[in-house]
Design a protein around this ligand. Structure first.
Ligand code: 5GP
Ligand code: ZN
Length: 110
C-alpha cells in the first residue's frame, strides 16, 4: 500500500468507487471517466506502478477477472489496455488494466 496512491485508497475504502469484483488479490471497479458504458479498471491489491513492480501471483488474476467481467456483462467486443509509464500515457501509478466494452451490435434494439 502507498499512502498517497488513489487506487490504494480505493482498495482501503477511503475513496468511494463502484466495485464490480473483489478477491483476496484483485479489485475491479468502474472508471470515473469512462470511455464507454461499463469501462472498468482491474487492479492488483499489491501496490506497484508498472508490471515489473508486481509479483507474478498478483498479476496472474488480472486477465481472468477481465474475462469474468465480459461474461458477466455480456460484452462481446472490448479492448484491454494497460499503460506503463508517463510516455505510455499512464496517469495513475498503480498497475491497472482497462476493460473497455464496445456496444453490442443489437444494443438499443427492443
Ligand atoms: P491511466 O491513464 O493511468 O491508464 O488511466 C487511469 C484511469 O483511472 C483513467 O481512466 C481515470 O479515469 C481513472 N481514475 C482516476 N482517478 C479515479 C478515481 O478516483 N476513481 C475511479 N473510479 N477512476 C479513476
Ligand atoms: Zn497503489
Amino acid at each position: 500500500m502507498a499512502a498517497s496512491c488513489i487506487f490504494c485508497k480505493i482498495i482501503k475504502g477511503e475513496i468511494p468507487s463502484m466495485k464490480v469484483f473483489e478477491s483476496e488479490k484483485t479489485l475491479a471497479f468502474l472508471d470515473i471517466n469512462p470511455l464507454s458504458s461499463g469501462h472498468a479498471l482491474v487492479i492488483p491489491k499489491y501496490h506497484g506502478a508498472t508490471l515489473t513492480d508486481i509479483p507474478d501471483d498478483s498479476l496472474s488474476e488480472l486477465l481472468p477477472v477481465a474475462a469474468k467481467l465480459a461474461r458477466a456483462t455480456g460484452a462481446e467486443q472490448y479492448n484491454i489496455l494497460q499503460n506503463n509509464g508517463e510516455m505510455a500515457h499512464q496517469v495513475v501509478k498503480h498497475v491497472h488494466l482497462h476493460m473497455i466494452p464496445k456496444p453490442n451490435e443489437n444494443e438499443g434494439l427492443g
